[in-house]
Design a binder for this molecule. Structure first.
Ligand SMILES: NC(=O)c1ccc[n+]([C@@H]2O[C@H](COP(=O)([O-])OP(=O)(O)OC[C@H]3O[C@@H](n4cnc5c(N)ncnc54)[C@H](O)[C@@H]3O)[C@@H](O)[C@H]2O)c1
Length: 266
């Protein structure tokens, strides 16, 4: 996909990885809707981006992605404002092992809902002109993590859903490529949640062990994850892929053995 003048909706774009995605997309000439529940930080990010890019190229939309009506409304606003939707990045996520249902709701259920709403707008059979969806998982979507079992389950869900819906898209000729990114630890505010009892609950006692793990694996910077996103968006051959980003190997892809059953339409 050529990115110039494409319209992107990024959830969780107020800060962290989502904010780096918005920056990279704008640098490529996209128009970007920053969708986030954090109004203060979201507005501040839009203001900062307005100092670098034409103010018309971004819009901030306050939205709790776990609220179905607000999420649907956010998509509607993007299409009303920019006239179309070409790229969707389901990035909003939390780490909460105490109120673990919230983690499943935001990281998994809202990502699934976002993908379906995005497909409604982009699918060629609905009159859309196709597009690309990228769902943000984590390395915790591929390996077990002792002290974040629910976060880990939610991110495994992102990988399973994305690979499956990507196959459905190909078989059904939706005209939409769907991929996922699994980064290692990234230097963003979410890492502060490890120190908080209200986030870690019964696993709070193990926070030093998690910190040792972070030291062992190292920490990525958000712009590298954004580089991975741009690579997925620009390479039209990629669908159903699981991109891993690590300090040791940089941007690379997870390899799976081919499935024994192949649809004749694949
Ligand atoms: N930072 C890491 O180490 C790391 C590693 C792998 C994957 N990830 C994933 O990357 C994504 C981005 O995380 P981050 O590190 O930038 O975290 P972050 O906490 O810095 O940013 C997350 C953003 O999502 C927003 N958000 C949270 N819940 C929301 C909701 N219900 N509705 C709307 N917005 C909501 C927050 O307001 C925030 O702006 C998440 O899905 C996270 O799980 C992060």
């Amino acid at each position: 996909m050529h990115l110039k003048d494409k319209v992107a909706l990024v959830t969780g774009a107020a800060q962290g990885i989502g904010r780096a995605f918005a920056q990279a997309l704008l640098e490529k000439g996209c128009k970007v809707a920053l969708v986030d529940q954090n109004v203060e930080v979201g507005k501040a990010s839009k203001d900062a981006l307005d100092k670098q890019f034409d103010v018309q190229r971004t819009i901030f939309i306050p939205c709790d992605v776990s609220n179905e009506e607000q999420l649907k409304d956010a998509f509607k606003k993007v299409v009303q404002h920019f006239g179309k939707l070409d790229i969707l990045v389901n990035n909003a996520g939390v780490n909460n092992e105490k109120n673990w249902e919230v983690t499943v709701q935001i990281n998994l259920i809202s990502m699934i809902r976002g993908t379906y709403i995005g497909l409604d707008y982009m699918k060629t059979e609905n009159g859309g002109s196709g597009g690309v969806i990228v769902n943000i998982s984590s390395l915790a979507g591929l390996v077990p993590v002792a002290h974040q079992p629910v976060y880990c389950a939610s991110k495994h869900g992102v990988v399973g859903f994305t690979r499956s819906i990507a196959m459905a898209s190909k078989i059904g000729n939706y005209g939409v490529r769907i991929n996922t990114i699994c980064p290692g630890f990234v230097n963003t505010p979410i890492l502060q949640s490890i120190d908080k009892e209200e986030n870690m609950g019964q696993y709070s006692a193990y926070k030093e062990e998690i910190k040792d793990m972070i030291k062992f694996y190292g920490i990525l910077d958000p712009p590298l994850v954004a580089e991975g996103l741009i690579k997925i968006l620009e390479d039209d051959a990629l669908n159903g892929e699981v991109m891993k980003i690590t300090t040791s190997q940089g941007i690379h892809f997870h390899e799976y053995t081919p499935l024994p059953f192949q649809s004749t339409k694949q």
